[in-house]
Design a protein around this ligand. Structure first.
Ligand code: ZN
Ligand code: ZN
Length: 339
């Protein structure tokens, strides 16, 4: 039997009459997290983790009907038992567990198993069918220890300061920016933010996540030039918005920075391989830990992951998606660039 099937709006549960991470407006959406490739505008109702309500509401606007469910708490949706479990990706990110007539499916959404002080740690959930993301599903992706990467960011900031340059650090406005912020050493200097980042910081603080103090870049003191670090989405790079910072160095924190050409193509000074997704070994370990006999692979390198699993005797299949990997920066609201 099948608990979820692919429709033109994404994964749909017939028994419970709801979609999981639909691509377009539907009546009932169960949402793993608030990134643009998982959270569609215009749905009649949203169910997401209690931790994630604030960020989802920030993205969707105050009028959207967003219901929060505590991690581990189960509700009945037309006979389907639905519960959400921490995915460790960003604040509020959840794996969706569905149980119907003894059959258990888990949809991972995006996830990572590395520690992150800004969200609840990933928990493996046993199931028959596991729907997994595969953003970095190639053996070449192996993350260096993330504490070392954050240490390097602080060293780079200090070195820029000594050279009289402002430090511009790019990362996705929701999730990555807050994780970077939590890893910065505020004793080095002032921390400034782009408006898109500052709005999400507010949602994180409102949810009780402790973050160092930040100042919206529009309120920058001229004396901060050459001393401050600025957190901004990658789309700000090369825009007129960065001119106010004077002489500056640019860096981008992303799993993609592990591949050398990516940084050069974007002509950045530094790339920091910090990812909110599992790398290859963690992806394989996470799949194993579910005990699933069937694995559906989506969002990323579906082909290589499916082949690898099949060679090891796992019943694996790719699930099409409208999105390839994380596209969070493309989902910024109109005008966000101008701030
Ligand atoms: Zn995501
Ligand atoms: Zn995603």
């Amino acid at each position: 039997m099948t608990l979820l099937r692919l429709t033109d709006r994404g994964l749909y549960c017939d028994a419970g009459d709801f979609h999981v991470d639909p691509w377009a407006a539907v009546d009932r959406a169960v949402v793993t997290h608030a990134h643009g490739d998982h959270l569609a505008w215009g749905c009649r109702s949203y169910l997401t983790s209690a931790d994630g309500v604030g960020v989802a509401q920030q993205r969707l606007g105050g009028e959207a009907s967003v219901r929060g469910l505590e991690y581990g708490e189960a509700i009945d949706v037309s006979g389907v038992r639905v519960s959400l479990h921490p995915a460790g990706h960003i604040l509020g990110s959840a794996q969706v567990r569905l149980e119907h007539r003894g059959e258990v499916w888990v949809v991972s959404g995006d996830y990572k198993t590395d520690a992150d002080p800004t969200c609840r740690a990933f928990e493996p959930v046993g199931c028959h069918t596991f729907v997994t993301e595969s953003t970095f599903g190639l053996p070449v992706y192996r993350w260096p220890p993330q504490a070392e990467v954050l240490h390097d960011v602080n060293l780079w900031w200090r070195a820029n300061q000594q050279a009289g340059r402002t430090t511009l650090l790019y990362g996705y406005a929701l999730g990555k920016a807050q994780r970077l912020l939590a890893g910065l050493d505020p004793s080095i200097g002032p921390i400034l933010t782009h408006g898109a980042v500052e709005r999400m910081n507010a949602a994180y603080r409102a949810a009780g996540v402790p973050l160092p103090p930040t100042t919206h870049a529009v309120a920058m003191d001229r004396a901060d030039r050459g001393r401050a670090i600025v957190l901004a989405p990658p789309s700000a790079d090369g825009s007129t918005w960065v001119r106010r910072f004077g002489e500056h160095a640019t860096g981008f924190a992303s799993g993609w920075m592990l591949i050398r050409g990516t940084r050069r193509r974007r002509s950045l000074d530094r790339g920091f391989p910090l990812s909110d997704h599992v790398d290859w070994p963690s992806l394989m370990a996470a799949i194993d830990a579910t005990g699933a006999t069937r694995v559906l692979v989506t969002h990323g390198y579906t082909g290589p992951v499916v082949r690898w699993l099949r060679e090891r005797g796992v019943d694996a299949e790719a699930v099409a998606t409208r999105f390839e990997g994380e596209r969070d920066d493309a989902a910024l609201p109109e005008g966000a660039e101008a701030e």
